[in-house]
Write a protein that binds this ligand. Structure first.
Ligand code: HEC
Length: 156
């Protein structure tokens, strides 16, 4: 009995220490900064990105409709991606890498096969240069996202 409790004590303490060190290193690691949970990134998201998603994307890629199988209303849903023409899962954003991100290709209107938001009756709905720049910057920053899902702003 005595030997057992002594053994337990010595294993419990290192576990606690390991956890504490692990916890601290997680909080300060670049990986965590890159996942977008940093305050600066969240501020950028709330100020610049949430309005773009709410007004121009989540109407078709949100809770109600998921065109192309894609939801953009939370970071998790966005990272899950959509479906390609063969109904295969398709990544649409690579955090930190706008050049490899389909959402950025789409908003740039350079590829006729994918232009977002889609043209209406052949009239371009292309975002402003400023909005495209902000979205590109957002992906570069690692796709920081607020805690609250983005709700669509209905346009009449
Ligand atoms: C009016 C509805 C509508 C709006 C608004 C819209 N989309 Fe789409 N989106 C679609 C449709 C329909 C598809 C699937 C067909 C296609 O690829 O053209 C699609 C597909 C996509 C895909 C490919 C998903 C996949 O894997 O198949 C991406 C990426 C995308 N949209 C991004 C965006 C972004 C970013 C915005 C906002 C700037 C946006 N969309 C706004 C209708 C919309």
């Amino acid at each position: 009995m005595g030997r057992l409790s002594k053994g337990m004590k010595s294993s419990v303490i290192p576990a606690a220490v390991t956890f504490a060190i692990f916890g601290i290193s997680l909080r300060n690691s670049p990986a965590r900064a890159a996942d977008g949970a940093n305050p600066e990134g969240m501020k950028f998201f709330e100020a610049k990105i949430r309005p773009i998603l709410a007004q121009t994307c989540v109407n078709c890629h949100g809770e109600e409709k998921q065109k192309g199988g894609l939801r953009m209303d939370t970071r998790e849903n966005l990272l899950k991606g959509g479906k390609d023409d063969n109904d295969k899962p398709q990544q649409v954003v690579v955090p930190g890498n706008p050049e490899k991100s389909l959402i950025i290709e789409a908003v740039n209107y350079k590829n006729e096969d994918i232009q977002m938001p889609p043209p209406k009756k052949n009239v371009s709905q292309k975002l402003t240069d400023e909005q495209i720049k902000d979205l590109t910057q957002w992906v570069k920053m690692g796709v920081p996202y607020g805690d609250k899902p983005v709700e669509a702003v209905k346009k009449e």
